[in-house]
Design a protein around this ligand. Structure first.
Ligand SMILES: C[S@@+](CC[C@H](N)C(=O)[O-])C[C@H]1O[C@@H](n2cnc3c(N)ncnc32)[C@H](O)[C@@H]1O
Length: 254
């Protein structure tokens, strides 16, 4: 991520949260009134109880954050039923899953809500700060506390290295790297994924990541990809097709 393009905004000069965040991420700290003239394109700001990523249009209102509540249409019970394509791809019998490309953590969180034990890896320090904030909010949710659940574990760094150093092989390693776009994303994902692409670019080392995942998994690697993309590891053992995307499953314990 070109870190010159992003700043932390503080609403009040005594805001120690913003100062600590800016120091930790080595980003400039700006007053809200200086944000537009700063030339920065993106901003991190604590707003309405969560850490938000803003662009120049959403500076005054709105912003993107890690949504920890169930997605529209998803059953709000715990564990949520393992009935969608994601559950079929990661395997109903899997227990431990490493999501090596966490991003907005929506897949990590969907898997967590289905009862899987999830570890999420993210290499962008800015995205990792947004995820950490989301997982902290998740830990405060009533349904999480009542069941004494631990939110997913977050590892910050390049998954190519982190996967090689896992203590135990997980049942499944899940990959959703950024592919070059072919067509417009759906309205629901356009904004958050477009912003991710703007600040991070495509994941050009995704083939190396795939090879690292195959070497590090106990049983299976799942790759989520747009339907137009070539399978990353040749013919997959199984494939699950959605409207515009595909989950390719590579079984390694056969
Ligand atoms: C398309 S997004 C993932 C979206 C995610 N599945 C979700 O539900 O929000 C890809 C993310 O993977 C991260 N990523 C890609 N390659 C990585 C690697 N080698 N190590 C760690 N993170 C990586 C990128 O920084 C980006 O945030």
């Amino acid at each position: 991520m070109p870190m010159s393009n992003i700043a932390v905004i503080c609403r009040d000069p005594a805001d120690s949260f913003a100062r600590t965040l800016a120091d930790r991420l080595v980003l400039p700290l700006l007053a809200m009134s200086d944000a537009l003239s700063s030339g920065c394109e993106f901003f991190l700001c604590q707003r309405e109880g969560c850490l938000k990523l803003l662009d120049r249009q959403t500076l005054k209102k709105g912003g993107l954050f890690v949504e920890v509540d169930p997605r529209p249409g998803e059953q709000a019970s715990y564990p949520a039923p393992k009935k969608d394509l994601l559950a079929l791809a990661v395997g109903k019998k899997s227990r431990t899953i490493v999501d090596a490309t966490a991003g907005w953590a929506q897949d990590s969180l969907a898997m967590f809500r289905m009862g899987y034990q999830v570890t999420s890896i993210e290499r962008s320090p800015v995205m990792a700060a947004l995820i950490r904030d989301g997982f902290e909010r998740l830990a405060q949710k009533d349904w999480v506390q009542r069941r004494k659940l631990e939110p997913p574990t977050l590892l910050v760094g390049n998954a190519i290295e982190r996967l090689a150093n896992l203590q135990e092989k997980p049942d499944c390693i899940y990959l959703d790297p950024m592919f070059p776009p072919k067509r417009k994303a759906s309205a629901a994902t356009r904004k958050s994924m477009a912003i991710l692409r703007d600040i991070l670019g495509d994941d050009l080392d995704r083939q190396v990541l795939f090879d690292a995942a195959i070497a590090a998994t106990g049983r299976r690697v799942v790759v989520k990809s747009p339907d137009h993309a070539e399978p990353m590891g040749g013919k997959p053992s199984e494939s699950y097709h959605g409207k515009l995307l595909r989950y390719d499953v590579y079984l390694t314990d056969t």
